[in-house]
Ligand binder design. Structure first.
Ligand code: SF4
Length: 351
């Protein structure tokens, strides 16, 4: 078996920030219970690891005792949740990814300018619920071209579309083209709302997939960007499987064990799970492993404002903290003693 691990894969800067924020908060408030509103990122293992550290995850702020510490997840929240936290006297630290915050700001700005907003995304996803909450009267969610005839449009010359950050670029193009066909004057966001991490991970699968017999995506079923990676692979005719970890591998997926398998991970999946999957496959089938570097990513985020203030009151310089996802390194310690090669990046980051 030949495993091709594509880079970029796994943690993005927003996920790195959200996870490190919770770790920082645990360290800054020893002995106090830390609550996180919604899964901090959509990954079962990340959540379970925090539960083992004593973190409590809630789906409603009613579950958080007055005066407690709460961290908002990377997916963003509506202003109503922020207001509720204030009214309950909670110490709230917002770990929303700055690239989600950018979409929120666009929604607020366009709604103030009198635009109707067509938000392309998945209705039930936490991020879409949060963005919708910024301008609920001005926003309608579009999940597919079939939704377009049912939209309530009062002035087709005052329309803008925005998108969820983690959409499939293939699907988004289809929906956006359908919106443009229905509403030729619809305004576009100033820059793509689909984030760099989503775009780059999907591009890596599209680039390397055609060389492979199958794609394995490590990520949770509720991780939008992980699910989208399987769809991108299937769109180019390569069967894809989404697994949380090694225990979910079905050996019947590999007929001979001689396959070339693309391995990637959603933006919220830890690298040690990727390594465990690869080690297990090669222990069973033998073979080699190759890291194919498609792009290097160099995005980093600063700590969120509320955390910065807390750090300053504790004499910690927030300027010394930056959150960025490192390029994964394949080593025999992590991946096992098998033939390994690493290719240089083909070009710079496209997004
Ligand atoms: S996937 Fe994109 S929007 Fe989501 S946390 Fe990562 S960088 Fe931010």
């Amino acid at each position: 078996m030949h495993l091709i691990l594509v880079n970029p894969r796994g943690f993005c800067a927003g996920v790195r920030m959200a996870i490190d924020v919770v770790d920082q908060v645990i360290g800054l408030f020893p002995g106090e219970r830390v609550y996180v509103y919604h899964e901090i990122v959509h990954n079962k293992h990340v959540v379970d690891r925090f539960i083992r550290k004593g973190v409590t995850f809630v789906e409603s702020l009613d579950e958080v005792p007055k005066g407690s510490i709460v961290v908002f997840s990377a997916h963003g929240i509506s202003p109503a949740v922020r207001a509720e936290a204030r009214s309950r006297g909670l110490t709230a630290i917002d770990a929303t990814c700055p690239l989600v915050t950018k979409v929120h700001a666009e929604a607020v700005r366009y709604a103030r300018q009198g635009y109707q907003i067509l938000l392309v995304g998945h209705k039930d996803h936490q991020e879409v619920i949060g963005t919708l909450g910024e301008a609920p009267d001005a926003t309608q969610v579009v999940e597919s071209p079939e939704d377009i005839p049912h939209l309530q449009i009062s002035d087709a010359s005052k329309l803008v579309y925005l998108t969820q950050t983690t959409l499939s670029t293939d699907d988004a193009t289809v929906i956006i083209n359908a919106l443009k066909a229905a509403f030729p004057n619809i305004k576009e966001p100033p820059s793509s709302d689909i984030c760099y991490a989503t775009t780059n991970r999907q591009h890596a699968v599209r680039t390397v997939g055609p060389e492979c017999d199958a794609t394995l995506v490590i990520g949770s079923k509720n991780s939008s960007n992980s699910v989208r990676l399987t769809e991108i692979s299937r769109n180019i005719g390569v069967q894809a499987y989404l697994i949380d970890d090694v225990s979910e591998i079905d050996w019947s997926w590999f007929a001979t064990g001689q396959e070339r398998v693309l391995v990637t991970a959603g933006a919220s999946a830890p690298e040690d799970l990727v390594a465990e999957v690869c080690r297990t496959l090669l222990e069973r089938f033998g073979g080699s492993i190759e890291q194919r570097n498609i792009f290097d990513e160099d995005i980093e985020f600063a700590p969120p404002g509320a955390l910065r203030k807390i750090m300053e009151t504790r004499g910690i310089d927030p300027e010394s903290y930056r959150f960025r996802a490192e390029t994964p390194v394949i080593t025999p310690e992590l991946y096992g003693a098998v033939p390994m090669t690493i290719s240089a990046p083909r070009c710079g980051s496209p997004a």
